[in-house]
Design a protein around this ligand. Structure first.
Ligand SMILES: [Zn+2]
Length: 282
C-alpha cells in the first residue's frame, strides 16, 4: 500500500529567503505520483522532489525543472518522510514553502491532523548494499549498509561557545522523528544576516523561526527546545535531503560537518552505480 493525505491542508506563512507570505496547499495524490512541488503562481509548473533536480544547495535545498524552482524544501520533505507519505502534491503560490517555526514539527502536526489514506500500489525502499562516501572540503558523509534506517551526525562549530561540538544518533522511525528531531529549529549567525539580506536571502528570518547566534551567545535561548538542538536540526536537514532519493532509504547515514551540498552529492554518488543499492518491495 502507498500513503497519501486523507484530505487537503492549507497553510500560509512567511518564506525564509524571499520574505514574502506564501500560501501552501498539501494535496492528496494518486498512487505513483511521488512527492511533486507545483508552482501555481507560474502556471502550475511541476517539479518532482528528486535528488537529480537539485539545482542549488547554499542555504537550503532548491529543486528546479527548467526555470521553475522550489526552495528550502528540506524541512517539509523531512516531515513528509517522517510521516511516511509516498504521494503528495505541494502547491505553492511562491518560491518556497512557509518556514513556519523553522522546524519540521510545524508541518508534521498539520499532516497528523489531516490524517493519511492508504491506496494500493507498489512501494519500494532503496537498500544501500555497498558503502558510499563523499567529502567536500572538511565535510564528509558515509552511507553504510544497515538493517534499518539510522542517522548519526557530528557537528563542530568550535568557533562559537553557543554550539561547540555536538553528536547525535537516532534510529529513524515515525515516533523517534516526531519526538527527537522534528521540533529542532534551524539556526543562523547574526553577523551573516546583512550580507545574506543583500543577496536576497534570509529576508524572512526572524527570532520566531531561527535560533540566532551572536558571537558566543544565543539571542533567543528561551525558545530552544533541546540543549543539543543544533545537531538535531542537522539530522532533520539530512532526513529531508535523503527523502529526495524517491523512496525510503535503508542505510546508516553518517555526517560530519556536512550540509545540503554533501547530502545531494552522496545521493548522486549512490545512484551513479547500480551495484551500490537494491530496490526492495516493502
Ligand atoms: Zn534546516
Amino acid at each position: 500500500m502507498r500513503r497519501t493525505l486523507a484530505r487537503e491542508i492549507a497553510k500560509s506563512g512567511t518564506a525564509l529567503h524571499a520574505g514574502a507570505v506564501v500560501d501552501m496547499r498539501l494535496l492528496p495524490a494518486e498512487p505513483g505520483t511521488g512527492i511533486v512541488f507545483r508552482r501555481r503562481d507560474i502556471g502550475g509548473r511541476e517539479i518532482p522532489a528528486l535528488y537529480d533536480r537539485v539545482a542549488e544547495t547554499r542555504l537550503g535545498t532548491v529543486i528546479a525543472e527548467g526555470d521553475a524552482t522550489a526552495g528550502v524544501i528540506e524541512h517539509l520533505m523531512a516531515a513528509i518522510a517522517g510521516a511516511q507519505i509516498d504521494d503528495l502534491i505541494v502547491s505553492l503560490d511562491g518560491p518556497e514553502p512557509p518556514i513556519l517555526d523553522g522546524d519540521a514539527f510545524s508541518y508534521f502536526r498539520l499532516i497528523e491532523e489531516a490524517g493519511l489514506r492508504e491506496r494500493p500500489g507498489s512501494r519500494k525502499a532503496i537498500k544501500v548494499v555497498r558503502p558510499v562516501e563523499v567529502a567536500i572540503g572538511d565535510a564528509q558523509i558515509r552511507l553504510l549498509p544497515s538493517h534499518g534506517s539510522e542517522y548519526h551526525f557530528d557537528l563542530d562549530y568550535s568557533n562559537t561557545k553557543a554550539i561547540g561540538k555536538q553528536s547525535y544518533t537516532m534510529t529513524f522511525t515515525r515516533e523517534n522523528f516526531a519526538r527527537e528531531i522534528a521540533p529542532a529549529r534551524t539556526f543562523g549567525f547574526v553577523h551573516e544576516l546583512d550580507a545574506l539580506n543583500k543577496m536576497g536571502l534570509a529576508r524572512g528570518a526572524s527570532l520566531a523561526n531561527t535560533i540566532a547566534i551572536d558571537g558566543d551567545t544565543v539571542m533567543n535561548k528561551d525558545m530552544m527546545r533541546f540543549a543539543d538542538e543544533f545537531v538535531r536540526h542537522k539530522i532533520l536537514d539530512a532526513i529531508g535531503d535523503m527523502a529526495l532519493a524517491g523512496g525510503p532509504l535503508v542505510a546508516r547515514f553518517e555526517g560530519m560537518k556536512s550540509g545540503h551540498a554533501a547530502n545531494n552529492a552522496v545521493l548522486r554518488a549512490l545512484f551513479a552505480d547500480s551495484s551500490n543499492y537494491q530496490l526492495m518491495e516493502i
